[in-house]
Design a protein around this ligand. Structure first.
Ligand code: UN1
Length: 498
């Protein structure tokens, strides 16, 4: 087991290209073993003010640099991330707990985003449109918004940060970034990379701290004109309320209750692999994690049997060990929430087939571990089938038909990801049309979004915006309509048209 050592014991904020120490700090705990990895600042709102001041100045200059040149910085960022991929992955596993193979995948997601968004620097497409008058030209162009705020979660501390910061930067904005306090190391490493890649000072500023202080200060700051947030439902809704009041643009991504549908004609071995990967990978701590399996009653028993056999083989432990498949839960609060839902599931009458318990200290030191858990005979309206658990817990819901499966899938307040295993091409096309989620998979689990497609969902998952994909540019740009009249005379639209 290799352990990368972090080059500092205490992180500092990154404001105007400088590391600024903060008196008040809190430890970052490795969820795999309970050890302190580093101290992270708990900043006051004054640090946000300072960062915004620097960002405002920097943004004016940055926006004047041609986008293809802004993009050059992102190419360099991508290359540095690539060079440091293994180190970043190990640090990611140490702060977040996800197994090293998945950490490498997440860092790769960030590298992909760097090169993809760098490419956008040579596109940033607008539109030309015919003008209704002679000798007049009309076009719509993307303009940067100014200073934007991004608030990122602990479960994908580098990938989600790149989904938001790279489009913001290539479009000519300056960024104030509040990373999750549980996982600040990726932000520290990425700030160093931005700096080495030659991003001018003040274009990205990292302010560590609590949502209730730093996040709140960002949301209330008049000069931050966009908030892009990924995290909990409750926080997201509060942010949306405040941003609405201030007419501030806001993009929200707040989770899912994602289902895999297994039809009677499915390749069951493949379905089992897809379910295992999407339900227990990242210990179920993905917004896209599969936490419901909607199964046709004719194949329910066979599916249960095969799932149980394969679940037995899952290895649980410290994710730095290459043989481990399921890492720890982020912290005690996360673990307690999972335990609460196990009790709820039992009380509701679902049948516990496997797991359902915490692995204690004797098994795995001082980490927080929970056994992969399978409930069966759940009904669509049970709380375990409706609410996001954010842990390695999956509930099987038997159904009688394809139509019922679609109805059950859509019968939750979230709408992030869904999947169907079937061999019937007609069902495939019906499902992609009728599944009410922002992401649909056919013959694959609910996880695994690629960065050049839009990421986000319908209903309670968000507010219609998308992270990653070219669509991510929408929240970080304003559309500007430009009319150039080269007739040399006053031409009045709608009036002088003949
Ligand atoms: C998340 O859980 O918030 O599609 C992000 C996936 C990953 C990203 C997940 N590429 O599962």
């Amino acid at each position: 087991m290799v352990e990368t050592v972090l080059d500092t014991k205490k992180l500092a904020n990154f404001i105007n290209g400088e590391w600024v120490n903060c008196e008040n700090t809190t430890p970052v705990i490795n969820p795999a073993n309970g050890e302190t990895v580093v101290e992270v600042p708990l900043s006051e709102s004054a640090s946000v003010d300072e960062a915004v001041k620097a960002a405002k100045v920097a943004q004016k200059e940055w926006a004047l640099i041609p986008a293809p040149q802004r993009a050059e910085v992102l190419y360099r960022v991508g290359n540095l991330m690539k060079e440091r991929k293994e180190k970043l992955s190990q640090l990611l596993t140490m702060e977040n707990g996800k197994v090293i193979e998945e950490a490498r995948g997440e860092v790769q997601e960030g590298i992909d985003m760097a090169f993809y968004m760098a490419g956008e620097g040579r596109r940033l497409f607008g539109q030309t449109t015919p003008a209704e008058l002679k000798d007049k030209f009309a076009m719509s162009v993307r303009a940067p918004i100014g200073v934007v705020g991004i608030i990122t979660p602990w479960n994908f501390p580098i990938a989600i940060a790149t989904w938001k910061s790279f489009p913001a930067i290539v479009a000519g904005n300056a960024v104030i970034w509040k990373p999750a306090t549980e996982t600040p190391i990726m932000a520290y490493e990425l700030a160093k990379i931005f700096s080495e890649a030659g991003l001018p000072k003040g274009v990205i500023n990292v302010v560590f701290g609590k949502g209730s202080t730093v996040g709140d200060a960002m949301v209330h700051h008049d000069d931050i004109r966009v908030i892009s947030f990924t995290g909990s439902n409750e926080t997201g809704r509060n942010i949306a309320g405040e941003c609405g009041r201030q007419l501030k643009k806001v993009s929200l991504e707040m989770g899912g209750k994602n289902a895999v549908i297994v039809m009677d004609d499915a390749d069951l071995d493949l379905a089992v692999e897809g379910i295992l990967w999407s339900a227990f990978g990242t210990s179920g701590q993905r917004c896209t994690a599969c936490s419901r399996v909607i199964v046709h009653e004719d194949v329910k028993e066979k599916l249960e049997e095969r799932l149980l056999v394969e679940m037995e083989k899952l290895t649980i432990g410290n994710g730095l060990d290459e043989s481990i498949k399921v890492g720890p839960i982020i912290n005690k609060a996360g673990l307690d929430k999972i335990k609460k839902y196990i009790e709820i599931g039992k009380e509701e009458g679902a049948k516990l087939l496997a797991g359902g318990y915490e692995l204690t200290e004797a098994d795995l030191g001082k980490g927080h571990y929970f056994a992969p858990t399978l409930f069966t005979d759940a009904t669509a309206t049970m709380r375990i089938a409706q609410e996001e658990i954010f842990g390695p817990v999956v509930s099987l819901i038997p159904v009688k038909s394809f139509e019922e499966a679609i109805e059950v899938n859509n019968g939750v307040t979230y709408g992030l990801s869904s999947s169907i295993f079937t061999a019937d091409v007609n069902r495939v096309f019906k499902a992609q049309r009728d599944l009410d989620t922002g992401i649909v998979y056919v013959n694959a689990g609910t996880t695994g979004a690629e960065i050049h497609l839009p990421f986000g969902g319908s209903k309670g998952t968000g507010n219609g915006h998308r992270d990653s994909g070219v669509q991510a540019l929408d929240v970080f740009t304003e559309w500007k309509a430009v009319y150039v009249d080269f007739s040399g005379k006053l031409q009045r639209a709608q009036i002088d048209v003949d």
